[in-house]
Write a protein that binds this ligand. Structure first.
Ligand code: NAD
Length: 475
């Protein structure tokens, strides 16, 4: 298991030789001690990236693509090992961890194909005096900061397009899950990536680390995934140097079930939208709006499916929901549920934190919740589903949009025309129409409003990591 910092192609201890412990959230056992990067290490990583980026940008796009493609293959070949690492440090069930590796690896394959398709344009000035040549060089050095909920995919979704476009990267993985990130660094080098193009520097002091990385003169871009709260801090700090930013932030997804929906399909979709990856996803359905005519049926069937979920150690057979990431997460989920119950919510199933060891919360369905209640204003980030009854379409759309967040929304109806019309009125970057999952490397991932800026994946994802240069040409 790799536990050192990756700087300039070398594995090193931090400049102060400090280390921090990584825990398995299912057992609370310490599973590794990882080198803690300092501000000097962040600066050294930016320096290495700046040096390496010039040659990397000059490397033929096909060759960059081949290295990414080999990395995809290596990740697929090592699926079992990587999934075990994710389950060990994050806790999610092995099947979810394997799914994450397939998804995470796919960004390397997808972007190996995009590397050779970064298109510019050629036009003629309206005056006819000159030609307008437009092309897209890489940005330069990109600082990448990621959350713990997808230890592999949140890195590869940024790193693969950044590398495909010819950038070098300095990555700060989360302190909860640095091990998967470091292993991906090893595989990138096995695939032939030159030293210094990717640097991975875990740290215990993210604020100071980030300041040092942002202040390095070679840094030109920040790509962040995490909470809106931290995103705002990072955006302000990035503004000091007018850095390009991509921000993938928090969510508060509405899940709307109309009276004509296939209720069984809606319950299956709800289980996927709520419970995938132990309910710790930014796309997770956070507010269930169900038409009054079907609310009893939906809630009963949903509560039954939720109570069938087995929580436990992600390595154990039959477990479909692992632990929450830490004790603080369990406490905050429990606080939201308790306050909702105090305000009149009924508990159809679940409720109440589970005794340790391990940070577990049972799958919970709450009935009799009103839009605007406190629990509908917070990203729950755990296996709790508040159900709100509605009757009027305009009202449910207004309630769905009554949030500063706009990452994902879900709509269930048999009437495709109604489904598309409602989807268009929901202020969210991604909509699942009769589907509980939206993530796809071939689709643009990202949010509206305070859920973020920019998009990851699809054709446009790579252009986030490019500049636009126009050359007025007389020929
Ligand atoms: P977080 O914002 O607490 O942390 C994210 C990262 O930022 C971590 O690496 C953390 O160490 C770092 N960080 C924290 N403070 C920092 C600072 N002052 N300077 C620099 N770095 C700092 O988020 P989290 O708890 O790790 O993840 C959960 C959040 O991430 C949820 O809000 C979720 O919705 C969001 N998320 C969004 C997406 C998306 O694509 N939109 C995907 C996954 C998770």
């Amino acid at each position: 298991m790799q536990t050192q910092l990756l700087i300039d192609g070398e594995w090193r201890d931090g400049s102060e030789s400090a280390r921090f412990d990584v825990e398995n959230p299912a057992t609370e056992d310490v599973i590794a001690s990882v080198a803690a990067g300092t501000t000097e290490d962040a600066t050294a990583a930016c320096e290495a990236a700046a040096q390496a980026q010039v040659a990397w940008a000059a490397t033929a796009p096909r060759e960059r693509g081949e290295i990414l493609r080999r990395t995809w293959q290596l990740m697929i070949d090592h699926t079992d090992e990587l999934a075990r690492l994710i389950t060990l440090e994050h806790g999610k069930p092995l099947a979810d961890a394997r799914g994450e590796i397939a998804y995470a690896a796919e960004f390397f394959r997808w972007n190996s194909e995009e590397a050779v398709r970064i298109h510019g344009s050629l036009g003629t000035a309206p005056s006819g005096a000159n030609r307008i040549v437009v092309h897209h060089p890489p940005v330069g050095v990109v600082v990448i900061v990621t959350p713990w909920n997808f230890p592999a995919a949140m890195i590869t979704r940024k790193l693969a397009p950044a590398l495909a476009a010819g950038n070098a990267a300095v990555i700060k993985p989360p302190r909860e899950t640095p091990l998967t990130a470091l292993r991906i660094g090893e595989l990138l080098h096995e695939a032939g990536l030159p030293a210094g193009v990717v640097n991975i520097v875990p740290t215990m002091s993210s604020g100071a680390w980030f300041d040092a990385a942002v202040d390095h003169p070679a840094t030109r871009m920040v790509s962040f995934t995490g909470s809106t709260e931290v995103g705002i801090v990072l955006l302000k700090r990035s503004a000091d140097r007018v850095l390009k930013t991509v921000m993938e932030l928090g969510g508060n997804a509405p899940f709307i079930v109309f009276d004509d929906a296939d209720i069984e399909a809606a319950v299956q979709g709800a289980m996927v939208a709520k419970m995938r990856h132990s309910a710790e996803t930014c796309t997770a359905a956070n507010r269930f709006f169900v038409h009054a005519a079907v609310a009893d049926d939906f809630t009963r069937m949903f509560a039954a499916a939720m109570s069938d979920i087995r929580i436990g150690n992600g390595f154990d057979d039959g477990v479909t929901c692992g632990p929450m990431i830490n004790a603080k997460a369990v406490a905050s989920i429990n606080e939201l549920v308790t306050a909702a119950a105090d305000h009149g919510a009924t508990i159809a199933t679940g409720g109440g934190a589970v005794d340790g060891p391990g940070h577990f919360y049972p799958p919970t369905v709450l009935g009799n919740v009103r839009s605007g209640d406190d629990i509908t204003r917070h990203e729950i980030f755990g296996p709790v589903a508040p159900v709100i009854t509605f009757e009027d379409t305009d009202q449910v759309i207004a309630d769905a949009n009554d949030t500063e967040m706009g990452l994902t929304g879900y709509v269930f109806t048999r009437d495709l025309r109604r489904g598309l019309a409602v989807s268009e009125r929901i202020q969210a970057g991604m909509i699942g129409l009769n589907r509980g999952a939206v993530s796809d490397p071939a689709a643009p991932f990202g949010g509206m409003k305070q859920s973020g800026l920019g998009r990851e994946g699809a054709g446009e994802g790579i252009y986030e990591f490019c500049e636009t240069q126009y050359i007025a040409t007389d020929w």
